[in-house]
Design a protein around this ligand. Structure first.
Ligand code: AKB
Length: 363
């Protein structure tokens, strides 16, 4: 374990130069100056269901949505049993997206109006189990689409950099371009983008989709993705001071800190329909390689060492993905702005993990 006090002091010293965080309220958009993320009155609070709630993003999003719409208006769901702190913090129910009747019952019984669909099998695991990825990511999504259409829900589905492939323009990748991904996960994301947009124009479904970069978070772990190294490296840096990376040192990928991802999702969910020129938007924050990330961590933890043991499956996937996403439409149409760049990400992650470990060992 690295000396905690020294690490915290160094991380906080760097963090001292950070600009203050603010929630964007008013943005100048193509449609003139408008307000979004405005506070809701009691009568118009949505009732939100989050599927795949125990993955990397569900608990964080539920926390923000509950702060905004009230604890009992946001239901987390999954097929796994939640940890105690999740169970105690607000409504949690069993929901299997492959069980149409169960899903429909939940939507009806809880008067759901917004559905955030986070259940998915990610890129690396998907390549090892194509049948499962096909079932969860495609069949499961059909259930979501049909139920959302039948009950007039607003439905948010994340796409990701995985929906692009080797023939897509890479640096930066525009919203509209050739999409020929080489993974079942990527194919399922293109399918989701296209089906959602089709249901929007055919049946008026309020479908909303953001293409996420790799998401980096301190207190929730990703599960089976290609960008996972960028989370694991921080835990290893704090715990043991060394890390074995499964991607080549020069693999440049788009990444985003979880707070930016959650804020983007909230703001996009709340954006007025007439502001949305499109239903699928890129969002971008920063891009880096394992080598860039290592150097930045070494500014705080100078003895940190990284070795490389490349996983050919993950490397092939990463090589087919964009290096940066072009996100000017999201910035213009609904006011997207990222807040975290690489130095801020590193300071924040190291501080959170160090404090988390310190607290855990105190109990
Ligand atoms: C993965 O690596 O599979 C995910 C993603 C970028 O969609 N994090």
């Amino acid at each position: 374990m690295m000396p905690v006090v020294q690490l915290l002091r160094a991380a906080l010293k760097h963090a001292g130069n950070r600009p203050p965080r603010c929630v964007v309220q008013t943005t100048s958009a193509a449609h003139g100056v408008r307000t979004h993320a405005s506070s809701c009155t009691d009568g118009d609070k949505p009732k939100v269901l989050i599927t795949g709630g125990l993955g990397q993003l569900g608990v964080g999003l539920a926390k923000s949505l509950r702060r905004r719409f009230g604890k009992f208006n946001v239901i987390l769901s999954d097929i796994r049993k939640p940890p105690n702190h999740v169970y105690k913090n607000g409504p949690f129910i069993f929901s299997d997206i492959l069980d149409y009747k169960n899903l429909r019952q939940i939507v009806v019984n809880n008067n759901i109006s917004w559905l955030v669909h986070y259940s998915a099998v990610l890129s690396a695991v998907g390549e090892h189990n194509v049948a499962l990825a096909k079932e969860v990511n495609i069949t499961g999504f059909h259930n979501i689409l049909d139920i959302a259409t039948e009950h007039g829900l607003r439905v948010f589905v994340p796409s990701t950099i995985s929906a692009l492939g080797p023939s897509s323009p890479k640096d930066p990748t525009p919203d509209l371009c050739v999409q020929r991904p080489r993974t079942i996960y990527g194919v399922s994301k293109v399918h989701a983008e296209l089906m959602g947009e089709y249901y929007h124009q055919r049946y008026g479904l309020d479908f909303r989709c953001l293409r996420y970069p790799g998401i980096i978070s301190a207190d929730s772990q990703p599960g089976g993705g290609t960008t996972d190294y960028a989370v694991q490296i921080f835990h290893a840096a704090v715990k043991s001071g060394q890390f074995e990376c499964n991607l080549r040192s020069d693999t440049r990928l788009p990444m985003m800190y979880i707070d930016d991802c959650i804020r983007a999702t909230m703001e996009f969910l709340e954006a007025p329909e007439d502001a949305l020129v499109s239903r699928t938007y890129n969002i971008n924050a920063m891009s880096f390689t394992p080598q860039d990330l290592t150097r930045e961590i070494q500014k705080v933890l100078s003895d940190f060492k990284v070795t490389y043991n490349v996983d050919p499956v993950r490397q092939a996937i990463a090589d087919s993905w964009p290096k940066a996403l072009e996100d000017s439409a999201a910035r213009q149409d609904w006011g997207w702005r990222h807040e975290y760049n690489l130095p801020e990400l590193v300071q924040t992650m190291l501080t959170h993990i160090t404090l988390g470990n310190k607290l855990a060992s105190a109990f």
